[in-house]
Ligand binder design. Sequence first.
Ligand SMILES: [Fe+2]
Ligand SMILES: [Fe+2]
Length: 157
Amino acid sequence: MPYIHWKPEFSVGIERFDDDHRQLFSLLNQLHMSMAGRESNSALNLILRELNWYAQTHFTAEEVLMKRYSYPELDAHRVQHDRFTEQVTQFCDYFQSGRNEIIVEVSDMLREWLAHHISQSDAAYAKFFRLNNWAEVRSLPQALVSYANFAVRGALS
Ligand SMILES: [Fe+2]
Ligand SMILES: [Fe+2]
């Protein structure tokens, strides 16, 4: 049984973003499995870095799309994204200082956050876009993710 698993209700109807969400789930599962299997610190560190990078790239792509189509809840949505990024950073800090008892708690928090954010907040923008420029919106995310990839890589390096 995976730690967090994908359900069709999580779909936002935008293929590229659904793929991103599935990938975030997969990274969280890998993280959980590595912790349970007591894998080396460097293996865990690698997954954490990948999770951080992948989440930021995905968030940037979503935010650019929301800005482009004047999504009214953009600011509140961005605050939620920032919260997740902070939690991942905190996770890295706890992990590096060997506070293993907190790591499980933080990983549970990330799981709750992800499931809740996708099913509520991401679902809300999907509803908005369905009523506004839906065909155009659905054709853009691949390009936005490529752009975000480039922007986030620059910011993190
Ligand atoms: Fe998302
Ligand atoms: Fe989001």
